[in-house]
Design a protein around this ligand. Structure first.
Ligand code: SF4
Ligand code: MG
Length: 311
């Protein structure tokens, strides 16, 4: 069966002062129907750029983005409309992503109008259907974003993403700007919506403990590349990449056997080395080979994959 989303060798680059940075540097992945795929990594490793490229808020410099088999990677704005009905994005900052000068009713109505639903009654029916589902009070439609709490604003952001009835949501850190007590409510809502509407998610987070909550499969990203892909059981029991192990070790409640892995030295911003493994400056187990040879993402017999010479 054709996967809902299939990405091949995707590259998204930024150029500044004559210097090109490949924020996404040759990523391939799939999200199947009804699947939740977690995408984790520290901030600055390219997760948000990848998410924005998938929904085509950014245009990739290379590679393919196939939605139900159709490559949307180079489509222009008009031709992207059909794709926008299939894939939508929920943003990290529920305030910044809502227009402060528009009433919630307008925010939810606009996508329906843009997508050619001309009957105002039908648009209102669809708006009320989604606000009921997400427990947004009906009088909210007359009000402005600043009149709502962070959690309510994120509900509105989710309603806006769902109003066109997409099949895939790219959720970029949807709870990280919220209070801890509200985070669980929003995560539970996303779990319920998935069951109810038959959705698939690409769920981006810097926090493995959030992804752990409901991802079927987890992709670990480092400096623009996927370094490990694992089903969620294998990822927690037998993480193979040293970076994944370090991320797991940084979750306070999780024990990784007798010897906990040290917290990683350095940070992502150290840049991509010209040769060798891009993780080697921070890797606690690097060997000579890692200096000269860049490890490809290798498929393993259990269907998972890892990019490390020692795995
Ligand atoms: Fe560490 Fe070498 Fe594996 Fe890279 S290839 S993660 S440097 S052991
Ligand atoms: Mg980000």
């Amino acid at each position: 069966m054709i996967p809902l989303l299939s990405i091949e060798n995707l590259r998204t680059s930024y150029t500044s002062q004559g210097h090109t940075l490949h924020a996404v540097d040759g990523v391939s992945l799939e999200v199947r129907e009804h699947e939740t795929v977690g995408l984790v990594g520290e901030s600055g490793c390219g997760k948000s750029t990848l998410g924005k490229t998938i929904v085509r808020l950014l245009r990739p410099s290379e590679g393919a983005i196939r939605l139900n088999g159709e490559d949307i990677s180079q489509l222009k704005e008009r031709s992207l409309r059909t794709a926008r009905r299939t894939v939508q994005m929920v943003f990290q900052d529920p305030f910044g992503s809502l227009n402060p000068r528009q009433r919630i009713g307008t925010i939810l109505d606009t996508p329906l109008k843009v997508h050619g639903i001309n009957d105002a009654k039908e648009r209102l029916r669809r708006t009320l259907e989604i606000t009921n589902k997400i427990s947004i009070p009906q009088d909210a439609l007359q009000r402005y974003p600043h009149e709502f709490s962070g959690g309510q604003r994120q509900r509105i952001g989710i309603a806006r993403a769902l109003i066109l009835r997409p099949r895939l949501l790219v959720c970029d850190e949807p709870v990280s700007a919220l209070d801890l007590s509200i985070q669980a409510q929003i995560l539970n809502l996303l779990v319920d919506l998935k069951k109810d509407l038959g959705l698939s998610y690409l769920f981006i987070s810097h926090d493995l403990s959030v992804v752990r909550y409901f991802a079927d499969r987890v992709l670990v990203m480092y400096l623009g590349r996927i370094v490990e892909s694992a089903d969620h059981v294998t990822l927690w029991r037998n993480p193979r990449h040293p970076y994944t192990r370090a991320l797991l070790a940084s979750i306070p409640s999780l024990k990784l056997g007798k010897k906990p892995v040290n917290v990683l030295p350095g940070e992502v911003g150290q840049g991509v080395p010209e040769r060798g493994c891009r993780f080697r400056a921070r890797c606690p187990v690097a060997v000579q080979q890692c200096e000269t040879c860049d490890p490809p993402l290798r498929k393993l017999p259990d269907g998972n994959a890892v990019a490390c010479h020692l795995a």
